[in-house]
Ligand binder design. Structure first.
Ligand SMILES: [Zn+2]
Length: 73
């Protein structure tokens, strides 16, 4: 039987958990990036108050959530 120190086992376990968490975090980040990259046409830029926002509903004209002015693509 292999004998390992309790501290060593604990370090190994916590290290594995950390690696798992890091992997999940990386995957989530990649997915978020992909979503952002797929929808560049939903990102609007207000010409009045220079506010950048996301609007997925409108295609041609969008209402700025900050100053309320209409913006065209
Ligand atoms: Zn605005």
């Amino acid at each position: 039987m292999i004998t390992i120190d309790f501290v060593y086992a604990l370090a190994l376990f916590s290290g594995g958990a950390l690696i798992c968490l890091f992997g999940i975090w990386c995957l989530a980040r990649q997915q978020q990036k992909k979503e952002m990259f797929l929808n560049p046409r939903f990102i609007w830029f207000c010409a009045v108050c220079t506010y950048s926002y996301i609007n997925t509903k409108d295609e041609a004209i969008s209402l700025c959530p900050r100053c309320g002015s209409y913006n065209r693509k």
